[in-house]
Design a binder for this molecule. Structure first.
Ligand code: PBG
Length: 323
């Protein structure tokens, strides 16, 4: 009988290590940070055990801990103490995100600080853009979001990551950054962002749930694959420097396909709901958390991600150290 013995290459952990195709590294991870104005001490997010809203003071020890683990990239989200229709605080010179960026860059100049550019944490209505009636107006939003991006660059952000899902945001922000002298600041586009139920816990952390309606007129229908590729293509044409697929796990097919279509670095966002599900099951003792985390992060990299934004960054960095 003739057949090939695949098991030959699996006989020992040494051999398995030799033929392993995908290897996670701490360099792959981007750690999200939530900073809340007016907090006196860090506060755990109920639906995301182990994830905190930080005060500016608590932020530095957290960043230090990450840096000690080898994590060097961070994406910053802010929760202001005052919200209004246009999200004024999102572009304020002393806004919470701007302060956080300045603080991190001052103490850890070698880190890469990415600013999430959106309005939903800053607007009274919780939508990601500017309203006209009950509609999110695309072009009014672009002008506003560009102001936000420029203010973040001014505060010292190394990368601008627009997550607002408006059409033309890459072009508008690129133009705004260039005009303000920030032609060297890259744009990490949330190019393929689905209107996903996996964002639920994030909206607790970011205090950013929409006050009415949903985000389905600007974020994508999870059923659409070709549209996703068109979205990514437009962002690349407009000058995006990184492309993102979000969420990760339910959309690995999209990530794989995009990998074949572009030469840009790809990012995926292992979102809040994905984190919460693993944590909840682990707390019940129903799964092996470490094994599940490493398996899912590896699957994202195998599917084509160069970088992974994940709330598991610290845990995974620790696991990698342990070996
Ligand atoms: C929008 C934004 C969202 C996330 C990151 N940026 C959520 C939303 O559309 O409400 C979600 C990330 C996560 O779920 O972890 N500014």
């Amino acid at each position: 009988m003739e057949f090939y013995r695949h098991r030959r290459l699996r006989r020992s952990s040494g051999l398995r290590q030799l033929v392993r195709e995908t290897k996670l590294s701490v360099d792959d991870f981007i750690q999200p940070l939530f900073v809340k104005e007016g907090l006196t001490e860090k506060q755990e997010v109920a639906s995301m055990p182990g994830v905190y809203q930080f005060s500016l003071e608590d932020l530095l020890p957290e960043v230090q801990e990450c840096v000690n683990l080898g994590i060097r990239a961070f994406i910053v989200f802010g929760i202001p103490s005052e919200k209004d229709e246009i999200g004024s605080q999102a572009s304020a010179e002393n806004g919470i995100v701007q302060e956080a960026i300045r603080l991190i860059k001052k103490h850890f100049p070698e880190t890469v600080v990415i600013a999430d550019t959106c309005l939903c944490e800053f607007t009274s209505h919780g939508h990601c853009g500017i309203l006209r009636g009950e509609e999110v107006d695309n072009d009014l939003s672009l002008t506003r979001l560009t102001e936000v991006a420029v203010s973040q660059a001014r505060a010292g952000a190394d990368v601008i990551a627009p997550s607002n899902a408006m059409d033309g945001f890459v072009a508008a922000i690129r133009q705004g950054l260039d005009a303000a002298g920030f032609e060297d600041i890259p744009i990490m586009s949330y190019a393929i962002k689905f209107a996903s139920s996996f964002y639920g816990p994030f909206r607790d952390a970011g205090e950013s749930a929409p006050a009415f309606g949903d985000r389905k007129t600007y974020q994508m229908d999870p059923a659409n694959r070709l549209e996703a590729l068109r979205e990514a293509k437009s962002d690349e044409e407009q000058g995006a420097d990184f492309l993102m697929v979000k969420p990760a796990l339910a959309f690995l097919d999209i990530l794989r396909e995009l990998r074949q279509e572009t030469q840009l670095p790809l990012v995926t966002y292992n979102v809040s709901g994905e984190y919460a599900m693993v944590k909840a099951a682990a707390q019940q003792g129903w799964i092996n958390e470490k094994a599940i985390v490493m398996e899912t992060l590896t699957s994202m990299k195998r599917a084509g991600a160069d970088l992974i934004i994940t709330y598991f960054a610290k845990d995974a960095a620790g696991y990698l150290k342990e070996g």
